[in-house]
Structures are given as structure tokens and as C-alpha cells.
Design a protein around this ligand. Sequence first.
Ligand code: ZN
Length: 292
Amino acid sequence: MNKLIKALACESRVRVYIANTTDVTNEAIRLHDLWPSSASVLGKTMTIALIMGAMLKGDEALTIKIDGNGPIGNVIVDSDSKGNVKGYVDHPHVHFSNKQGLDDITTLGYNGYIDVIKDLKLKDLYSSTIPLETGDLAKDFTYYFTSSEQTPSLVALSSIMNEDNTCMVSGGIIIQLMPGAKETDIVFLESKYPILNNFSKLLLEHTNLENILKLLFIEDYKLLDIQEIRFHCDCSKEKFYYGISTLGRNEIEDIIKVDKQAEVICHYCNTQYIFSEEELKNLLKGMKKWKH
Ligand code: ZN
């Protein structure tokens, strides 16, 4: 199973998150029949969402919604603090490559926005929107952390696909300066750019993520947590019953008359739920009861 690690480094003035999301991305490819470019963009977004999820606590959760006005359409990813992630894209069959490999920027577009919605279990959701300007998710999220969360961060993401349309490696690292970080920490981190720029190589060479910490920080780090991460959709027939009931009585009666059944597909995991005529009629009876 894939893992995410949290650590402190540079005498605890720097916070580090590293995730290997290869299995998570392969599960998304299987569920959504993603072509390589769509898989790369969704894989990277899931990596960021999992790391941002690891910054939450308890039952808190978040949603990332990206619309770059490119061929992939919307990219939607949900995650929580427990290592669960689920996500989908509007158009799974998108593929563009260039000399460097998969072309995320053409796939995603570079003229839109990134929306981060956090459910911190307070009265209101916390929502923050930034423009998507480069289409390079690492760069755009670096800007997000600085502008929306006032936390200077270094973000590196990577995704490589195999010839057979499976994911060879996917993952990322986010390094954040804590209050009290020194100028020397920034200089030190900048000196690591050449290694971080090829993050796929690091992930392929180090199945144990702690070895990446060792490589970057030698002895000067403290491992805080190792978390298992997974693609997990919590949908159920019960949840969709509620969804259908919100359509209202007339609509449901029409469905019974015309289609004899209702078919609902979960966007996040492509599971199909069929509601029979009898189940829909029972739902109507239930709705009547709720009214009285
Ligand atoms: Zn689902």
C-alpha cells in the first residue's frame, strides 16, 4: 500500500511531507479508464490533496476543484486526514505529449482557477480560490500556499506512465517554512532543487520514503508520522436514495412512468446503482411519511 510521511527538518524550522501515490493513481486509472495525460493530472492533484489532507486533523476534509479551461475539463478531488482520496476528471480520454513527456499544461489548460474547499467541521466551509496561471500544478500550488495560506512552500510533483497505460510512478513532496525559518534554510533548500526537480527518480530509487529525507537532510530531520494512503470512495446506495429524494415527487413519478427504474453512477468511482420501480415507489411512500 502507498505511504505518506510527515517530518520536521532543519532543526524543526521546516515541515516536510512526502507521498508515493503510484497505487492510488493506478486505481484511478482502472476505475475511470484514464488515458496517460488525464492520469498524470489526476495523479498529481490526488498527491497534493493527500498531502493537504495530512495537514488536517480528526474528521476534517477537503476538496480541490481545478478548471484550467483545457481539454480535460474539471478535475475534482476529495481527501481527508486519514489518508483517503477520491477523484475524477470530466474527460478521462485525453492525451498530449511533448519532448519532455506527458504534456500536463495542454491537458489541463492554463487559464482558469483552483478552488480549495476545506470542511473544518465549523459552521461554514472555508474556501479559497486562486487563478490557475501556468497549468503546472507544482508552480500553481506553490503560489496557493504562499498567497492563501501564507506559508512559503516548495512543491515538487511527478508522474510517469508505462507504455501499457499503467502508472510507473507518481508522488510528490511539499516542504514548508515554519515561522522562525532562517535565510540559511531557504538557501539550503534551494541547493536541493536539482534533486527535487527529478522527483520520479527519487521515488523509483527509494521505496522507503524515509531514505528521501536522509538524502535531503542527512541527520537533521525528525520523522513524525507514516500514514497509509488509498483511493477510497464512500458512496453507497443509501446516499443516492437521499439524492433521488431531493428530485421531488413529480420527477420521481415521471421516472417510474417512463424508465421504470433509475440508474445512478457515482462520479468518483464509477459504481452504478440501480433503483427498481419497487424501490422508487417505496421511496415515494417514505416521502409522504416525512411530510406528515
Ligand atoms: Zn463512489
